[in-house]
Design a protein around this ligand. Structure first.
Ligand code: ADP
Ligand code: MG
Length: 620
């Protein structure tokens, strides 16, 4: 008995989009189905290394295309791992990954031309079938479970049916009931061309029955070349581009290619590609896939953290080593010492390639950094061993760069005047706001550069570096008490004002004099060991409830400012004057605004300001 089940909501929406708006690049459905078939074969072959029973006497791994003109169907058959009822419902009934919502939104917004690529890259390639078929039938049976055949069928309209069925051979048959205008996919010439174009690198044979002199034989359509095993100088740029596109389901060329052979303690070949753009699967949520690991041409796994640290998850490619153990479980393999060596070797290579790109072509590197910098920042934060190299790869805006332009830490240090010993930075929500900070005034006067940290992760990263080339990295809004530039006379004269402010403003830790300011009357800073304002704002955003114990800030007062002088004079004359309290409040409020923090009581602020303005206007 067939049972009818609903697709999950998000899948329904995806199918709607596919069926009603995907007319271009329809071809890629074949690449996606073959890629799934090839994955399935890889999986059963890998299982067979430790459990011979799954082979069932058939280790002639292959993928077969079966066009049927009479019924207008195209079947893609594999003898891979197959699916059980549970796995088929899970894999072909839900989108079981994070970021799906965001993905769908951006799919809707995207150019129709780009959509098919996005579908493959995000990892919902199976559904591309519905670009060419108005009904899809999947008959599958899991390796080692001869009794458990299952038949899945759907018109992509919101539900699918599922029922048990007989299937003698292990693996999956995907039958596409082609739409009337898609009959071209029955044509063997078209199929040959598409396989050459999209699936030539697939390592299992993709075959098609051909008649010759009255006999039928299987023709293999793909070249199956393991390009990573060939000598470096033999591979053309076009071949690299094609292989990268195959691996990444991307339409663009790779930004950089890394191809080398390691010899010595452990032998391996690596062919890696650095994409120029953020891959779609990383754009929305997280993908678990990474470099493909082969042992003597046998695909073993592609888990993201096996061959590279997680932060380099944008790198695509293949690693093949004869020195890894073939007959062990995935877990044992992942813990093996040679694998660790390969990982650290690959990491070094990728970072060196990026460093070289930065030095040779800063423009290209900058546009790479705009999209992928987020991963390098993550690395600089996490990878203790490669901290220095990663710090060198970071880019920041600063008071000496134009808006949207960057400097490296090395260039910053080169520009430091002799008397400057530390690297300064200020974090906040945008360049424009940061540029108005009163804290920059004295740095500008001295000609000292300040890094402007605009990306929310920058401040974490910088904080975790502590120093660069032995120069301490310092937030300019977190400062130890320093009244060295303030005269003793001023200290005595303004002591009552500082005490008064402290008394009237329970929010602050203290009020003190400063010569840090030039044009502004007051500013807020964090105490020497407290969190900076932007860091605190960020931490608050991270917390679900938005609750964060607030650290009290220090209110710094500029004794050279006429307003400060006037308030002090008023205080000396009449401590009871009602205007004093208003002034204390307004001084504090403006410091909060300048700091970029949110004012707690904007209404009372407006009221105070209005009262003052009223007095002022009535007086005139
Ligand atoms: P992805 O391949 O990126 O996971 P797809 O939408 O292409 O996304 O496929 C979804 C899932 O369906 C696969 O991960 C796999 O588990 C299962 N699947 C699809 N085709 C096959 C097949 N031919 N054999 C076994 N499992 C398959
Ligand atoms: Mg797929």
């Amino acid at each position: 008995m067939a049972e009818t089940l609903q697709f999950k909501t998000e899948l329904k929406q995806l199918l709607q989009l596919i069926i009603h708006s995907l007319y271009s690049h329809k071809d890629i459905f074949l690449r996606e189905l073959i890629s799934n078939a090839s994955d399935a074969v890889d999986r059963v072959r890998f299982q067979s290394l430790t459990d011979g029973s799954v082979v069932e006497g058939d280790s002639n791994w292959k993928i077969k295309l079966i066009p049927d003109a009479a019924n207008r169907t195209l079947t893609i058959r594999d003898n891979g791992v197959g699916m059980s009822r549970e796995t088929i419902v899970e894999h072909l009934g839900t989108i079981a990954r994070s970021g799906t919502r965001e993905f769908l939104d951006s799919l809707k917004a995207a150019d129709a031309k780009e959509r098919p690529e996005m579908i493959g890259q995000f990892g919902v390639g199976f559904y591309a079938s519905f670009m060419v078929a108005d009904k899809v039938t999947v008959v599958s049976r899991m390796a080692g479970k001869p009794e458990d055949g299952v038949r899945w069928e759907s018109a992509g309209q919101g539900d699918f049916t599922i029922e048990p069925c007989e299937k003698a051979a292990r693996g999956t048959d995907i039958t596409l009931h082609l739409r009337e205008d898609c009959a071209e996919y029955l044509d063997s010439f078209t199929l040959r061309t598409l396989i050459k174009k999209y699936s030539d690198f697939v390592e299992h044979p993709i075959v098609l029955d051909v008649e010759k002199d009255g006999t039928t034989s299987e023709e293999t359509l793909n070249a199956r070349k393991a390009i990573w095993l060939r000598p470096r100088h033999e591979i053309t740029e076009d071949e690299h581009a094609a292989f990268y596109k195959h691996l990444a389901h991307d339409t663009n060329n790779p930004l950089r290619t890394i191809h080398y052979k390691a010899e010595g303690n452990i032998e391996f070949k690596a062919l890696l590609y650095i994409p120029g753009h953020k891959p779609f699967d990383l754009m929305f949520g997280e993908s678990k896939k990474g470099l493909h690991l082969y042992i003597q041409r046998v695909f073993i796994l592609d888990d993201c953290e096996t061959l590279l640290p997680k932060y380099l998850r944008f790198v695509r490619g293949v690693v093949d080593s004869p020195d890894l153990p073939l007959n062990v479980s995935r877990e044992l393999l992942q813990q093996s010492a040679p694998l660790e060596k390969i990982k650290s070797n690959l990491t070094t290579k990728v970072l060196a390639t990026l460093e070289e790109l930065k030095q040779k072509d800063i423009e290209k590197y900058t546009s790479f950094y705009r999209e992928m910098g987020v991963y390098l920042r993550e690395g600089a934060y996490q990878d203790y061993e490669n901290k220095k190299k990663l710090a060198d790869l970071l880019l920041f805006e600063s008071t000496k760069t134009d808006a949207g332009k960057y400097t490296t830490l090395a260039d910053y240090v080169d520009r430091m005047p002799g008397e400057q010993t530390e690297i300064y930075y200020l974090g906040g929500d945008g360049r424009e706001m940061l540029e108005q900070s009163p804290l920059l005034e004295s740095f500008k006067a001295k000609g000292w550069e300040v890094l402007l940290l605009i990306d929310p992760s920058d401040e974490f990263v910088i904080g975790s570096l502590h120093a660069y080339n032995e120069k301490v990295l310092k937030p300019i809004d977190q400062v130890a008490s320093d009244s060295s530039g303030v005269s003793d006379e001023a200290k005595v004269r303004y002591q009552p004002l500082c005490a008064y402010l402290k008394e009237k403003l329970p929010e602050i830790a203290e009020a003190r004099l400063t010569n840090r300011l030039k044009d502004s009357a007051v500013c807020l800073v964090a105490g020497e060991h407290a969190m900076t304002a932007s860091m605190e704002r960020m931490m608050r955003r991270f917390r679900q409830d938005g609750e964060m114990p607030e650290s009290k800030r220090v209110l710094e007062v500029n004794p050279e400012h006429p307003l400060v002088q006037a308030v002090q004079a008023l205080l000396a004359k009449d401590r009871g004057d009602a205007r004093l309290e208003v002034a204390a409040r307004l001084l504090y409020d403006q410091a909060v605004i300048l700091e970029g923090s949110k004012m707690k009581e904007p209404l009372s602020f407006a009221k105070r300001l209005n009262e003052m303005l009223l007095r002022e206007t009535q007086r005139g």
